[in-house]
Design a binder for this molecule. Structure first.
Ligand code: PLP
Length: 404
């Protein structure tokens, strides 16, 4: 018997499906196959030079030591200013914690609040990590399926029908990974009206893609629409996607004092403060204006339009134009039941994705990973020429399918 016994909190969760898909694509690449990897969940842009420069200057000033556990006062003040400027929310710097990426903010919030069997409402399609984080913290994910016909959005009726007395949290991710769905002011109002009826339910908003949105509509936050929810809402955000800073690992959360304090206690006994150098870089990012944001958004928009048109021209596939984020969530129901050149009948999106990898040389992630099938997620955080080559290879492969 081995001395190492893995705890159930780990055995009940699985590694991120997007990392697994990427690993598989990379393994095929190493075997010499040419693979177009459209799995990636991070901007293909480099971090803007001025932000990197700020990090170098912080090192040269000797900012290489522990910082305050919840983040440097300068960064927390800049985050408070960002909430006021961009979201019209008044948040005190003391009610903000800087974390090791937004992921760590979400995990710590669950770890700080969930008891065994507590339920967390997660609208699907969802970011792959949410259910596993809930499971790791002994909670129960309650999945609410949001249909394509509803723009993959949670409706107030669905929300009301799903709330139980064991529900502790509702997770709202807008724009969403993987569908790009966003909520308008009126839609948020309708959700807030339901939430006001259930004071035992806390709300976590994951706003990590807030600046990557294409519909031209205003960026509205649930708390701007309904400030009375502030004493039970945790606002999660970070610099990873907006400023192409995924590797710097800076996220942040703002919320009720007791929750921020509990998350701080957990952070102090686990990772401690986020990297001092990365915090200096994040401070520069938040004060860097909007030029990089508008520039990258325009490029994503061109890719989104080109790829949606290319994929919608392929018989058996269709996708909506996402309002935000940098993914297309492609419906592949039209490929199910078709027979491949080797005689396999495609029965699920998982099989479609494996077949696309083998036959088209294109790596994407199956919708089953995001809680709604039959779809696949395709990332547009790659240059246009590569994306177009990917679409062409998918079209060629699909043309070889038969329905005998
Ligand atoms: N939230 C969503 C919806 C995401 O897609 C991601 C990253 O893919 C994160 C949070 C994590 O962000 P970070 O890299 O800052 O931990």
């Amino acid at each position: 018997m081995s001395a190492i016994r893995i705890a159930s909190r780990v055995t009940r969760i699985k590694p991120s499906p997007s990392s697994t898909a990427s690993d598989r694509a990379n393994a095929l690449k190493r075997e010499g196959k040419s693979i177009i990897n459209l799995v990636v969940g991070e901007p293909d842009f480099d971090t803007p030079p001025a932000i990197c420069q700020a990090a170098c200057e912080a090192i040269n000033r000797g900012e290489t030591r522990y910082t305050q556990n919840n983040g440097t006062p300068a960064l927390r003040a800049a985050i408070a200013a960002k909430f006021a400027r961009e979201n019209r929310l008044t948040v005190a710097a003391d009610d903000i914690i800087v974390t090791n990426g937004a992921k760590s903010a979400i995990f710590n919030a669950f770890a700080a609040t969930l008891e065994t069997g507590d339920e967390v409402l997660i609208p699907a399609p969802y970011w792959v990590s949410y259910p596993d984080m809930v499971l790791a913290c002994d909670g129960r994910p309650l999945i609410i399926t949001c249909q394509e016909a509803a723009g993959f959005r949670l409706t107030p009726e669905q929300l009301r029908a799903s709330i139980t007395s064991r529900c502790r949290w509702l997770l709202l991710n807008s724009p969403s990974n993987p569908t790009g769905a966003t909520y308008s002011r009126a839609e948020l109002r309708a959700l807030a009206d339901v939430l006001l009826d259930y004071p035992h339910l806390a709300i976590m908003t994951d706003d990590i893609y807030e600046h990557i949105r294409y519909d031209g509509s205003e960026n509205v936050h649930l708390l701007e629409v309904e400030p009375r929810l502030a004493d039970r809402t945790l606002v999660v955000n970070g610099v990873s996607k907006t400023y192409a800073m995924t590797g710097w690992r800076i996220g942040y959360a703002a919320g009720p004092k007791a929750l921020i304090a509990a998350m701080g206690t957990l952070q102090s006994q686990s990772t401690s403060n986020a990297s001092s150098v990365s915090q200096a870089a994040a401070l520069a990012a938040l004060n860097s204006g909007t030029e990089f944001i508008s520039h990258s958004r325009e490029i994503y928009r061109q890719r989104r339009d080109a790829m949606a048109a290319a994929l919608n021209a392929i018989p058996g596939l269709h996708c909506q134009l996402p309002d935000g984020a940098f993914y297309l969530y492609v419906n592949c129901a039209g490929l199910l039941g078709k027979t491949t050149a080797t005689g396999q009948v495609l029965k699920s999106d998982t099989e479609v994705v494996l077949w696309l990898l083998e036959s088209a040389g294109v790596a994407v992630v199956a919708g089953s990973a995001y809680g709604l099938s039959p779809y696949f997620r395709l990332s547009i955080a790659t240059d246009l020429a590569t994306l177009q080559a990917g679409a062409a290879q998918i079209a060629t492969a699909v043309a070889t399918l038969n329905s005998y």
